[in-house]
Design a protein around this ligand. Structure first.
Ligand code: ADP
Length: 254
């Protein structure tokens, strides 16, 4: 695990797409969702992916996380080329090296917070690294809530449990699909702060799809998609600049 406190200065890439294309359907229903996208996500960096609805954000994330097949080009997690992997190896890679956070928290209601956090590792028969787990739990700020079940936790706390679950196995990279989409702004801020801390303090790599400029402002870098292409990127974003850029993109495609 990379723990460089200066994200982006190592030059190490956690995931890379090269000339990545994804086409759905054929003939009249043919849609080019991704059009030769080339982009890298550096270790210990927090990246937001933004763009108008239908611009290819989810498709890019799914292809890079090995959740969907690609039509052309390549997608790598670390040194592993996903497009060359057979199903079983791909499932293994997703389980061992990739963490996911979705809009729905997907916690098991009968398990307490700690049991939810360690569940994927329990299923995989892997023993958690206790030192790491303690660090994750103290970063998540839920040490006094570990025995609580999901229905005894607020939305923001539940999503922090889901993020801790994604972090517990020390994945190479975490992908989030609108992770704060179901949260009010205060709970959303809790989760985004935790994600940012996991990058700063634990050296985690996080890539998050969002349509919310405020959420994107927590990232180190924003990638903008339009019509299946990367059209811009912004370092050290703030919400106003992101909003302004998004307005221009919306005008461009509508
Ligand atoms: P975003 O996440 O930016 O809203 P998506 O990646 O979901 O965009 O979609 C990109 C394009 O691909 C859209 O035109 C969408 O309609 C199309 N698309 C996505 N998934 C499918 C699918 N399973 N079958 C057909 N078209 C799809």
């Amino acid at each position: 695990m990379q723990t460089d406190p200066h994200p982006g200065q190592t030059g190490q890439e956690a995931a890379t797409a090269t000339g990545l294309s994804k086409v759905y359907g054929e003939g009249e229903t043919r849609v080019v969702a991704l059009d030769q996208v080339t982009v890298s996500f550096r270790q210990a960096e927090f990246t937001a992916i933004m763009g108008p609805s239908g611009s290819g954000k989810s498709t890019l994330m799914h292809c890079m996380a090995g959740l969907d097949t690609v039509s052309g080009g390549s997608a790598r997690i670390g040194e592993v080329e996903l497009t060359k992997l057979k199903d079983k190896k791909l499932t293994q890679l997703r389980r061992d090296r990739v963490g996911f956070i979705f809009q729905a928290f997907n916690l098991l209601p009968t398990l307490n917070a700690l049991e939810n956090i360690t569940l994927p590792m329990d299923i995989a028969g892997r023993k958690p690294d206790q030192e790491w787990l303690d660090k994750v739990i103290s970063t998540v700020g839920l040490a006094d809530r570990l025995k609580h079940r999901p229905n005894q936790l607020s939305g923001g706390q539940q999503q922090r449990v889901a993020v801790a679950r994604a972090l517990a196995s020390k994945p190479h990279i975490i992908f989030g699909d609108e992770p704060t989409g179901n949260l009010d702004s205060r709970s959303g801020a809790e989760v985004l702060n935790f994600l940012r801390n996991s990058v700063r303090e634990l050296g985690q790599t996080v890539v998050m799809v969002t349509h919310d400029p405020v959420a994107a402002s927590y990232a180190d870098r924003v990638i903008f998609l339009a019509d299946g292409r990367v059209v811009d990127e912004m370092r050290d974003p703030n919400a106003d600049r992101v909003l302004e850029r998004m307005k221009n993109l919306d005008n461009r495609v509508r």
